[in-house]
Design a protein around this ligand. Structure first.
Ligand SMILES: [Mg+2]
Length: 168
């Protein structure tokens, strides 16, 4: 398996920005020699990626898969809710702008379900100013596209390790 060039920790992650990857020439070198956490990653943890943009979804899946996570995907918010209920993931990565049911509504739906009050949901969005909105919808964290790969992996690990604070 190869890691797309967009995953270079030193370059903007073009494939995660919703933009087409404009650099198909760079060889898909694995640049994960010094992962932000142990080489064993977090094998066993299940992550659901809800993302309608195919390239972004594939890039995220490839990256997280390479780090030992069990990765599942959904292409819209409706599917995100269905798959979350079927999989009981340890973490959900939620694109906010998706067709049919967007990430805001999917997050609100999941949070209304007691089974999903404790599952960390990280919003992924290109909307810089959307933090308040996504937190109000029930997301725990907010990462702006294009993603910084190292920071992203670090955040994923932290949320999986610590989980969501118990609701008061
Ligand atoms: Mg989208």
């Amino acid at each position: 398996m190869s890691i797309p060039a967009v995953m270079s920790p030193n370059a903007p992650a073009a494939g995660l920005s919703g933009e087409p990857d404009r650099d198909p020439i760079t060889p898909p070198t694995v640049r994960m020699g010094t992962p932000p956490f142990g080489a064993d990653g977090h094998g066993g943890a299940t992550i659901l990626i809800a993302e309608d943009h195919e390239d972004s979804r594939d890039a995220l899946r490839t990256l997280l898969d390479a780090f030992g996570y069990r990765v599942h995907v959904a292409v819209n918010g409706r599917e995100a809710v269905e798959r979350a209920r079927a999989l009981a993931p340890d973490l959900i990565l939620m694109d906010m702008m998706m067709p049919e049911v967007d990430g805001f509504e999917a997050t609100r739906t999941l949070r209304a379900d007691p089974e999903f009050r404790q599952v960390p949901i990280i919003a992924l969005t290109a909307m810089e100013g959307a933090r308040e909105q996504v937190m109000a919808a029930g997301c725990d964290d907010f990462m702006c596209k294009p993603l910084d790969v190292r920071a992203f992996l670090d955040r994923v690990r932290t949320w999986i390790e610590s989980g969501r604070p118990a609701a008061s």
